[in-house]
Write a protein that binds this ligand. Structure first.
Ligand SMILES: [Fe+2]
Length: 451
């Protein structure tokens, strides 16, 4: 008997129990729920030859961005390939093919393939969400937006409509359409109280448009919307801390860091990036952060051979260089340089070459106090920095370091130009930019007086 998933698409499985567990898996994945692997495990237990469940496991492993999980992703791919070789639908085979591309290092090809699958099966919200996840890792906001807009009319009466709206809100925000992003995101969260990505998309709008107080209110009034999440919940707390940082409320930032953002000393790359990014922003604003680098740097010492996701590598380098682990920072830089040379055919190899290596060199030089040379390396990385992935808010740490490197090197004109460029893209002057422009004014006045 043919089975169908919650969105009406055929599944090559026999057990209704497996289908129910699969639908719960997809629902949980859309909501960034911690329960996602539990539901996936139940689906595979009910039906060990469940091809799409193996493919999902493969994607989930790769999206964790850890070299040691690639083998598990490869095993999931091989199992799924064997199963779809006997009996399957074209949709299931397309998923397997996309996972295969991802495993060869062609993440762009995998996302394009999954986009084609989405066009053929436009109500497949799992395909949609996987495209969003992969394009996010590549910093491809325009691609995220185009992917959703191609199928949006199919979600008017769809069970996953709020989550798709939440994704759309984020894609709109990343492409600078802040007003539409806020409206979509608010609507998504009203309709699905566990749409953590939608809540987070609206937080991004507040970040980019200098509305820190509204951001604080938005998040503190509805912590239940992300309480169910996996590590993603730490990232939402990170956004709350950014709003407080913008307002100069440093004690609250440090409290959130200890009580929420690093409540658990995990080594997930997204957690490390939240933490490292926040600590360096605090330091750039002159805040004493105590011995917090030590904990991060100790964890990052185990990641020097990773080279899996450039965004992750850069934050490991940041933590290592800032936490007095210069040799380990150099070792990771060598890993990135090797990837840039040896893996030019892969998406991450290209990103390493164009943005990763110069940015990592800039981070190390900044930590060493070589501000002029840090500035030149960070500036060299800047044209391609979007490709390292993440969001505008996350990559802003590299922008801030570039600006501060220029300032510390006495390059006032360069710093001012970068601040204006940053402000133009963000849509408003924030606390960070105001403080830097004020400092430039004071320094220039001092220089004029000295002449
Ligand atoms: Fe974010």
């Amino acid at each position: 008997m043919a089975r169908t998933d919650a969105f009406g698409y055929d599944l090559t499985v026999t057990s209704q129990e497996a289908v129910a567990a699969w639908d719960r898996t997809v629902q949980a994945f859309l909501a960034h729920a911690a329960a996602t692997p539990t539901h996936l495990g139940a689906a595979l237990e009910a039906e060990p030859d469940f091809a799409l469940a193996h493919v999902a496991k493969g994607f989930f492993m790769l999206l964790l961005g850890r070299r040691e999980l690639i083998d598990t992703g490869q095993e999931a791919f091989e199992t799924a390939s064997r199963i779809v070789g006997t009996a399957s639908t074209a949709r299931e085979r397309a998923y397997v093919d996309a996972l295969g591309l991802y495993l060869t290092g062609d993440m762009r090809g995998a996302a394009d393939a999954m986009d084609r699958t989405l066009l053929a099966y436009p109500r497949d919200a799992l395909a949609l969400k996987l495209v969003q996840a992969m394009r996010f890792v590549m910093g491809d906001g325009a691609g995220m937006r185009a992917s959703i807009e191609a199928v949006l009319p199919h979600y008017d009466d769809h069970a996953a409509a709020p989550y798709v709206n939440g994704c759309y809100a984020f894609a709109l925000e990343e492409t600078g359409d802040y007003r539409a992003a806020e409206a979509r995101g608010r609507d998504a969260v009203l309709r699905a109280r566990d749409d953590a990505w939608g809540v987070h998309a609206v937080a991004h709008v507040f970040d980019m448009t200098n509305r820190a107080q509204e951001g604080v209110t938005w998040l503190v009034n509805q912590p239940e919307t992300w309480a169910h999440c996996n590590n993603f919940r730490y990232h939402v707390w990170w956004h709350l801390a950014l709003f407080h940082l913008d307002r100069g409320e440093h004690a609250e930032v440090l409290r959130l860091y200890d009580a929420e953002i690093r409540a658990e000393h995990t080594d997930d790359y997204r957690d490390i990036s939240n933490a490292a990014s926040l600590l360096i922003r605090l330091e750039l604003d002159g805040v004493e952060i105590g011995n917090r680098w030590e904990e991060l740097a100790a964890i990052c010492e185990n990641r020097t051979e990773d080279g899996c996701v450039v965004f992750a590598d850069l934050h490991y380098v940041l933590a290592l260089a800032s936490g007095d682990k210069a040799q380990s920072a150099q070792r990771l830089l060598h890993t990135m340089q090797r990837n840039a040379q040896m893996q030019q055919a892969t998406t991450m190899g290209q990103v390493s070459a164009e943005a990763g290596v110069p940015a990592a060199e800039g981070l190390i030089r900044f930590a060493n106090g070589d501000y002029a040379s840090a500035f030149s390396a960070l500036k060299a990385a800047r044209p391609a920095i979007q490709t390292v992935g993440g969001s505008h808010a996350q990559r802003d740490v590299f922008e801030r370091l570039t600006i501060d490197a220029a300032l510390r090197a006495g390059m006032m004109g360069e710093a001012r130009g970068l601040i204006h460029d940053r402000t133009r893209r963000r849509g408003a002057l924030d606390g960070y930019a105001e403080r830097r422009l004020e400092r430039i004014g004071v320094l220039e006045a001092d220089m004029a007086e000295a002449l």
